[in-house]
Structures are given as C-alpha cells and as structure tokens.
Design a protein around this ligand. Structure first.
Ligand SMILES: Cc1cc2nc3c(=O)[nH]c(=O)nc-3n(C[C@H](O)[C@H](O)[C@H](O)COP(=O)(O)O)c2cc1C
Length: 207
C-alpha cells in the first residue's frame, strides 16, 4: 500500500449526518444539518455536536440549552441537504420541507415526525474550539419507530434506510450485516444461534 500524507485534515469517514431541531425562548423553531456529531459517553449518555457561532441554530440552542437530533432516511436526503445549505434567518425551512413537527417529551424543541429516530438532548457544556463550538449534551430520551423493533425488543437500525456522509456525498447505509459485536471471539454455537434467530425474525416480518 503506497499512501499520500495529508497534513492536519480530518479524514474520519464515513460520519453520521443528522437534522437538528431547536426552539428559542420566544417559541421560534428551526432545523439545520449537522455532520460533526459523535457519541462520547455511555453513562451518563452524552453526545456532542459542533456548531459554528454564525448559525441561527447556534443562537437558538445557546438560548434554550436544548435540541433534538433527527435521523434522516434515504427518502429525506434532499431535505437533509437543503437544511444544511439554507439558513433559518432567510427562510422557514420547516414549512418549506413540509415537516410534521411533534412536541418533545422532555425538551421544548419539537422533533421531525418523518424521521424514524429522534433524540432529545439537554446541553451540559459548550466549549469554544476554533471555527466551531463543541456542545456536549445529555440524551434525555429517544423516540424510535415501532416498525424498527423486533419481538425481542431489539432495535434494527438497518431497517430504517438511514444515510451517512462521506467527503461531500450522501450514502445509504447497507442493510446487510457483516459481523456483530464480539463475533470474532464468540463460540461457533453462539453465532449459529444468532443466525437462526435472525432468520426467524425475517420470516416473521414477511408474514
Ligand atoms: C452535510 C452537511 C453537514 C453540516 N454539518 C455542520 C456541522 O456539523 N456544524 C455546523 O455548524 N454546520 C454544519 N453544516 C452547515 C449548516 O447546516 C448550514 O450552515 C445551515 O444553513 C445553518 O442553518 P441555520 O442558520 O438555520 O442554523 C452542515 C451542512 C451540510 C450540508
């Protein structure tokens, strides 16, 4: 393998791409697209998003200290892109995209009904980094489409047709699993049992 050196550029790929909804203290709502997002702690459940201070969403989130993450599906790729290239300062993106907004359970920011997964977050700290400020937030609750949960209570994110972002392009997430957590060291019998369970779930879904 011959490799080129790229100095200081972040080539971490692919990354998630999400739509973040927020509501300011006057009750105005907005949505914008975020790719600089990550899971940072299990207990307490924390995630981070990086926001440039010039965004309208930055103002809303700093004011309310709350936001909601909405995971887009392949069908919502155009909407995801649009919300990332137009500002709420000039246009009502929620109305323009025809999103159905639902009231949050734990936070004041509403969530996008058309997205199958919504994550309600409370900001714990804001760290200025340079171009972006890092917002560290606690996950208070999540809404997950019932169609993605099997009879054993397992969530099948792969059934949701989610999208990812890589170097300026959107990609669909493949449905085919190529391994599972710990399979490299698991006993053969455990893997076989898992495979059988998966087949049964598929058959059950077809019924
Ligand atoms: C794919 C994609 C990813 C983006 N990721 C971020 C991000 O992580 N942080 C950020 O501040 N802006 C990001 N943006 C840009 C904002 O979404 C964009 O400037 C948006 O118009 C801001 O909207 P607002 O002013 O209504 O808040 C991204 C845009 C796209 C298209």
């Amino acid at each position: 393998m011959t490799k080129n050196i790229f100095k200081g550029s972040i080539v971490l790929n692919p990354v998630p791409v999400v739509m973040v909804t927020s509501r300011n203290n006057e009750g105005k709502t907005n949505v914008f697209t975020v790719a600089w997002i990550g899971t940072i702690c299990t207990k307490p459940p924390l995630l981070s998003i990086s926001i440039r201070p010039e965004r309208l969403s930055y103002e809303y989130i700093k004011e309310s200290m709350e936001f909601t993450i909405n995971l887009p599906t392949k069908k919502l790729t155009r909407e995801t892109d649009f919300c990332g290239v137009r500002s709420g300062r000039k246009i009502d993106k929620i109305a323009e995209m025809n999103f159905t907004m639902k009231a949050g359970k734990k936070v004041k920011s509403p969530y996008i009904e058309e997205c199958p997964i919504n994550i309600e977050c409370k900001v714990k700290s804001i760290i200025p980094l340079g171009t972006h400020d890092l917002f560290i937030a606690e996950v208070l609750c999540s809404h997950i489409d019932k169609k993605l949960i099997d009879e054993n209570g397992k969530i099948h994110f792969e059934w949701a047709n989610l999208i990812t972002y890589s170097h300026g392009e959107y990609f669909s997430v493949p449905k085919i699993s190529i391994g599972s957590f710990g399979y490299s060291v698991a006993k053969k019998t455990t893997i076989e049992r898992k495979k059988i369970r998966k087949k049964l779930v598929k058959v059950d879904k077809k019924k």
